[in-house]
Design a protein around this ligand. Structure first.
Ligand SMILES: Nc1ncnc2c1ncn2[C@@H]1O[C@H](COP(=O)(O)OP(=O)(O)OP(=O)(O)O)[C@@H](O)[C@H]1O
Length: 296
């Protein structure tokens, strides 16, 4: 039986208490405490406002919201690429004060290096991220085995010698996923990773990502516009308001795993997607009304 337990916006705490992100008492692995971000200083463009999140280790979280609400900005804050204007962020119990090493990232554009075969592309982070960089030469066979295992898991075992331009977009994104996981990150950040793919390939890759995550159980934060994708993959879905973005609802998705494309046709799955769609439509409308009122 499929089930989900939505938390409406009205039931969300404005402060972090009560948002433990999982089991009672478990310290969150990723924590955002009253985070705001303004581009161009405190008087600049406000992208995020008073955002609280608490994500337990090993959870799969999706963040959805209207276009421009600050989802990508949130990713940059959590990975330490940008400092918050207000509030604090911690990952693994430590305050984020600069770019994190324990993160793997994948974006819409796979950005594989065209002159490197797939296996060599997947190995790339090991040449950059410590301690792997120092260990690489002496432990090359072990790392190669790992890269090949990953490629095998995503169905690219036979393609390790191919160059990215010889492969389809879906295959490139599979390889990209392997590259983001080769250094065993504790946290995987995915920003619209399947946004450029056709619907069938996208659904196929949901299954691939779910399989890799179920096997490795890293903490994952996925930003997506695709509400079905969020419901398919996530344990928890955070819904954001229009800019300046803040969390307006949180849904726990208790669908059994592994989820399949058939799960997406179950009434409870459809209801969940519909509920989130309504919430986003409402905040978009409110933002439009506010903009109209300001202009008049
Ligand atoms: N480097 C920047 N300098 C100034 N403003 C920025 C910068 N990056 C983003 N913004 C603005 O901050 C707001 C939030 O942007 P962000 O990319 O985080 O939103 P998003 O929810 O990821 O958008 P989308 O869903 O369209 O990808 C937008 O108004 C955007 O124009």
């Amino acid at each position: 039986m499929l089930a989900f337990s939505p938390t409406p916006a009205s039931a969300l705490p404005s402060a972090p208490q009560g948002d433990a992100g999982g089991g009672p008492g478990a310290a969150p692995f990723v924590k955002l405490d009253g985070v705001s971000l303004s581009y161009g200083g405190p008087e600049g463009l406000k992208a995020l406002s008073n955002t609280h999140m608490a994500i337990e280790k090993g959870r799969f979280v999706a963040v959805v919201g209207p276009s421009g609400c600050g989802k990508s900005s949130l990713m940059k804050l959590v990975t330490g690429l940008l400092p918050p204007t207000e509030g604090s962020i911690s990952v693994g119990g430590a305050k984020v004060a600069g770019p994190l090493k324990i993160v793997g990232m994948a974006f819409q554009n796979p950005t594989l290096l065209p002159w490197r075969p797939l296996l060599s592309n997947v190995m790339l982070p090991l040449e950059i991220v410590q301690p792997h960089r120092t260990r690489l030469r002496a432990h090359k066979a072990e790392y190669l085995r790992k890269a090949r295992d990953l490629l095998e898991t995503v169905g690219l075992g036979e393609f390790e010698d191919k160059f990215p331009w010889m492969l389809s977009g879906g295959m490139q994104q599979r390889a990209n996923l392997c590259r983001s996981l080769i250094h065993d990150p504790d946290l995987l950040m995915l920003d619209e990773p399947f946004g450029a793919l056709d619907a069938f390939t996208r659904e196929e890759l949901w299954g691939v990502l779910q399989e890799v995550w179920m096997e490795r159980r890293f903490t994952c934060i996925l930003v997506t516009h695709d509400l079905r994708e969020a419901a398919f993959l996530a344990d928890t879905i955070y819904v954001m308001s229009a800019r300046p973005g803040t969390i307006i609802a949180k849904h726990e998705v208790d669908l059994p795993r592994p989820r399949t494309v058939d799960s997406t046709f179950e009434p409870r799955f459809v209801d969940l997607v519909h509920t989130i769609r309504s919430q986003i439509a409402q905040v978009r409308n409110e933002a439009k009304q506010a903009a109209k009122a300001k202009a008049s």
